[in-house]
Design a protein around this ligand. Structure first.
Ligand code: ADP
Ligand code: ADP
Length: 237
């Protein structure tokens, strides 16, 4: 279970980005986080794997307190909690398969990691992850040759290769057209239903959140203003 307790984030410039956030997300949930731009969605998600370090409060995964972990412990946690960015975060000049293999780095020793030494097994897993998002035939193309939707599918494959328990996705469909956005959401749905991965996803589009997420969290000016089933959502948040 992923848990946030009395979470507070104040950025260096004194912006209060989050306050009094209390959340428990159970294993296998599919949670959509909604709220207007600047409401704190991205900050909340980044706190969940300490890409942003909270100013106050606590984050726990299965009773491990993330803030008290050593850097080794944190590396292990980040294998369990994958992060997907709006702008894909791929290495443009590398091939698709090389980008996916990066998801395997968390399983490597520092030496293997530094010299990017991968085994046959790593390649097979990367290939399998690519076939999961139907991109096997693009394996040897450069990442910058792909469309936005394809890039996001590569990012999903890369994260799957980490075998995460949780996937955090920060507005993963915000720069995509409607049809492609639905396709990407379907991949998240399948990862949730077939692989039982817990998903927390930031969505600007409330309709998409209602369609795919079983639970919705609403943020407004850094505070939690809604936490419930998609069907209970009213128009005023
Ligand atoms: P959202 O994802 O809902 O758009 P964010 O979490 O990005 O919201 O931002 C919440 C607030 O924190 C906003 O006021 C934003 O300007 C501010 N903020 C976000 N990142 C930083 C940062 N690195 N430094 C200072 N302020 C930031
Ligand atoms: P499925 O059989 O449904 O495709 P798997 O759990 O076998 O699911 O594999 C899902 C993804 O996780 C694959 O893309 C693979 O690369 C990766 N994967 C599977 N097993 C491991 C493992 N032991 N360590 C790391 N990654 C793995």
């Amino acid at each position: 279970m992923l848990k946030a307790e009395n979470l507070k984030v104040i950025y260096d410039n004194k912006t209060l980005a989050l306050q009094d956030i209390n959340l428990k997300v159970g294993h296998g949930e599919f949670v959509g986080i909604i709220g207007s731009s600047g409401s704190g969605k991205s900050t909340l998600l980044k706190c969940m794997n300490l890409l942003v370090r909270p100013t106050g409060g606590k984050i726990c995964l299965d009773d491990r307190d993330l803030m008290s972990l050593t850097s080794k412990g944190l590396r292990e946690i980040r294998r369990e909690i994958g992060f997907i960015f709006q702008d894909y975060n791929l290495i443009d000049r590398s091939t698709v398969i090389d980008n996916v293999l990066i998801g395997r780095l968390s399983y490597k020793t520092p030496f293997q990691s530094l010299f990017r030494i991968f085994s046959q097994d790593d390649y097979e897993r990367a290939q399998k992850a690519l076939s999961y998002v139907a991109l096997e035939e693009k394996m040897y193309e450069r990442a910058d040759q792909l469309s936005g939707g394809q890039k996001q599918r590569v990012a999903i494959a890369k994260t799957l290769c980490q075998r995460p328990k949780v996937m955090l996705a920060d507005e993963p469909v915000a720069s995509l057209d409607q049809a492609t956005a639905h396709l990407i959401m379907e991949y998240f749905r399948r990862a949730n239903q077939k692989k039982n991965i817990t998903i927390l996803i930031n969505l600007h589009d409330v309709k998409l959140a209602k369609t795919y997420c079983s639970r919705i969290i609403g943020l407004k000016k850094g505070s939690l203003v809604f936490d419930g089933k998609a069907g209970e959502l009213t128009d005023d948040i």
